[in-house]
Design a protein. Structure first.
Length: 385
């Protein structure tokens, strides 16, 4: 019997990989640093593409998640201070929705529940990876749990913990610091959202407003640290006033705001290196600006693609250099495209040099009538194509 595949990180990306493998009869062992159930109350909003919803549907977890998700039927893209705008509508592309908004906690709970029903999955909570080694024959992970040290060996170790353990495997990153922060929170609007998501570009940075509940929106407000940091200290009324000045009147007044948190923004990717029997997926492999909601969905596609390569490998090929080369080649276009696409949007729509805003406004207006280009954009956002 083969050694279990070891997955370091039990968040949604690692859990999706484990679920695909376990359902196909492959034994899996997951090392999760957090206590069991610790993530279930996490209300951070995830923007799931339609393609990600299809992955979850195939795994049998979407039925439970569907009542908890808010669909995105329309994406409204605009620029502050200009009339140009672009609308993307699900019905124009024969899609049930362009995407869905769901809490991180709800998705984590559903995936953990599904994994708990499978006999060939062992999920170890409060298991902290300390060192990761690999050579030509196998990889191993040392970890601590309940004060004791343990060592696991496998033909394949998968890092899927958002990058927290990359240094344990001596992996190096290329990182671009944007010098911006993202503030995330939830706001309640005066008017219903009608399942419209808004992407609003301002000279200070992009603002995303995602429908999340009957009248609620999840807000991602990005900008320079010196702009975002003071927003955390404002009282609710003053915060909503400043946000309304940036966003406008499309959904009326904003009535309330939830807890506000912020984090620094960066783009990073692992430097190319040959690591037999060790592979990195999701945010641990590449981190993107949240401007177009690409990062999490790219991570789920990483998991699905890696599972296909594992399931088609022979025992001798599993985790070997050739198998991992084939996996990386299958993901290069999607991951590189996501990194370039989000970086392009940030650089283009925050450039306030003379004349640039006028051309951006014209570009948004022209894009709205270029149906083939809009279709390509929807395919990229929905399926990574």
């Amino acid at each position: 019997m083969m050694n279990p595949i070891i997955i370091v990180g039990g968040g949604p990306v690692g859990a999706v990989l484990a679920l695909i493998l376990a359902k196909a009869g492959i034994p899996v062992k997951i090392l999760e640093a957090r206590p069991q159930g610790a993530s279930h109350g996490d209300q951070r909003a995830l923007a799931l593409s339609f393609g990600s919803r299809r992955i979850l549907d195939k795994l049998g977890v979407w039925t439970d998640l569907s009542p908890l998700a808010t669909s995105i039927q329309t994406i409204h893209v605009s620029q502050k201070g200009s009339l140009g705008r672009t609308l993307l509508k699900a019905g124009d592309y024969q899609l049930e929705a362009l995407g869905y908004v769901l809490s991180y906690g709800a998705l984590s709970a559903a995936l953990e529940k599904a994994l708990s029903t499978l006999p060939n999955v062992e999920m170890l909570f409060e298991a902290n990876a300390e060192h990761i080694y690999q050579d030509a024959q196998e990889a191993s992970v040392s970890y601590r749990m309940d004060g004791e040290g343990y060592l696991l060996e496998s033909n394949l170790v998968v890092l899927a913990d958002g990058g927290r353990s990359a240094e344990l495997a001596h992996l190096e990153r290329d990182t671009k610091e944007y010098g911006d922060d993202a503030l995330i929170t939830k706001v309640v609007a005066e008017l219903p959202h009608h399942n419209i998501a808004y992407e609003r570009f301002t000279p200070e940075g992009p603002i995303a407003l995602l429908p999340n509940g009957e009248r609620d929106f999840s807000l991602v407000w990005t900008g320079k640290k010196e702009l975002i940091a003071p927003l955390l200290m404002l009282n609710d009324d003053e915060f909503l006033k400043q946000f309304h000045a940036q966003f406008g009147d499309r959904v009326g007044r904003f009535l309330s705001v939830g807890k506000r948190v912020c984090f620094p923004l960066k783009m990073s990717k692992l430097q190319p290196t040959q690591t037999p029997h060790l592979v990195v997926i999701g945010n641990a492999a590449q981190t993107m600006h949240p401007v177009a909601g690409q990062g999490f969905n790219v991570g789920l596609r990483d998991a699905e693609s890696l599972a296909k390569h594992i399931l088609t490998a022979t025992p001798e090929q599993l985790g070997g250099v050739e198998m991992l080369k084939q996996y990386q080649a299958s993901r290069t276009r999607d991951t590189k495209g996501g990194l370039l696409f989000t970086d392009f949007l940030v650089n283009t729509f925050t450039n306030d040099l003379l004349g640039v805003p006028r051309f951006r406004s014209m570009g948004l207006g022209i894009l709205d009538v270029l149906k083939p280009v809009k279709k390509q954009l929807v395919n990229k956002m929905s399926f990574g194509k």
